[in-house]
Design a binder for this molecule. Structure first.
Ligand code: SER
Length: 357
């Protein structure tokens, strides 16, 4: 297999050339919202089309960054086949997923979307590599949900956790993210091991285990780290907020611009620098009480109370309070842009205040 980029259009079975494309699944979600503008700038430089898939039409702000939106389900093979017939896909950002809280109400549906959907996209990437002869870059956002610490005492004793520890996830979403990481390795290195016509290493799979992400522009839904962003947005909007975890609950977080920066740094890093397929990144690890104090300081009318939901709390207690991101720092220059204080003062408070004015 030759390496990715630059790539030249190859003829489709009809003889016509398919335009080169970057495919983004779950493009209408929180990360898609932040990533599309950057991908569209990057795609223009390389003459690529940005093609989005989402179960809903994109809002106008996102729509303007993409060439086409395919409204539909990533489990629908005919939708994927149609896109494949139209475009020569050279990069995939597979963001679509059902998150950790929602997934616990409908675990089998979560498995369908999060794993079967991922296999569909990985197969598409391998097929495309065969068709145009270039390794397809595949970005997969994994999560701290891939970790599963057995109890709070172990979590507290463990402190900062490396990529290879405590991987017995407690949620269907976490199990699915771990499976996505392993499937990525399979498709990248071992796909169709015994087939006579197998392609060597069709996919360049790269993944980040994200902590909770906080955006000033969007509010998450269906996740368990949502208490952080929900508290900040409620404080700014002057709405009371009952936090669903204990004040001492602690997991890592980062801002959305830092998450987008991490995706682009990893995807653009030279392959020979990478020593792993899956990297931790993090910026700060506040307790829920730390968040509440900063929100009260920034928005003096904020009414924050704590009313822990024991089941959602148990999910947070199974996630590490901090993660070791030294491999990302060493291999591809990851550096957080913010501390908790600067994230509030320089990014969250000014942007969120303007949003709810
Ligand atoms: N934000 C996600 C969730 O809470 C974790 O990756 O489900």
């Amino acid at each position: 297999m030759s390496d990715s980029s630059p790539v030249a259009p190859s003829p489709s079975p009809s003889g016509a050339r398919r335009p080169l494309a970057v495919l983004v699944t779950g493009a209408g979600g929180e990360m898609g919202h932040g990533l599309l503008a950057e991908l569209s700038k990057r795609a223009k430089r390389s003459d690529l089309h940005v093609v989005a898939i989402d179960v809903r039409e994109l809002d106008d702000a996102s729509r303007k960054h993409v060439h086409q939106v395919a409204v539909g389900d990533i489990c629908d093979r005919s939708l994927i086949d149609r896109l494949q017939a139209q475009y020569e896909i050279v990069e995939i950002f597979h963001l679509a997923a059902l998150l950790s809280t929602r997934g616990e109400y409908v675990p089998e549906t979560a498995h369908q979307v999060n794993v079967v959907g991922t296999v569909n996209l990985l197969r598409l990437a391998a097929d495309e590599a065969r068709s145009h002869g270039q390794r397809v870059k595949f970005f997969f956002p994994s999560s701290i949900a891939a970790y599963g610490l057995p109890n709070l005492a172990t979590k507290r004793a463990a402190g900062t956790v490396s990529e290879d520890q405590f991987l017995e996830a407690h949620t269907m979403y976490g199990v699915n993210k771990r499976e996505g990481e392993l499937l990525g390795n399979y498709y990248a290195n071992h796909y169709k091991k015994l087939a006579k016509d197998r392609l060597d290493r069709p996919i360049d799979f790269r993944s980040i285990r994200f902590p909770g992400i906080i955006s000033a522009d969007t509010v998450p839904s269906g996740g368990t780290s949502d208490y952080g962003p929900e508290m900040i947005h409620a404080g700014a909007a002057g709405k009371p907020y009952a936090c669903f975890v204990r004040p001492d609950a602690k997991i890592p977080f980062m801002t959305m611009p830092e998450a987008i920066d991490a995706v682009l740094r990893l995807i653009d890093a030279p392959a020979e620098k990478l020593t792993r397929m899956v990297y931790n990144v993090t910026s700060f690890s506040p307790s829920a009480e730390d968040f509440a104090n900063l929100v009260r300081g920034a928005f003096p009318g904020a009414q924050i109370t704590f009313n822990p939901d024991l089941q959602r709390q148990s999910i947070v207690d199974s996630w590490p309070e901090d993660i070791d991101d030294s491999a990302a720092r060493r291999d591809w220059g990851w550096t957080p842009a913010h501390t908790l204080k600067s994230a509030f003062e320089e990014y969250l408070v000014p942007r969120i205040r303007a949003r709810y004015r």
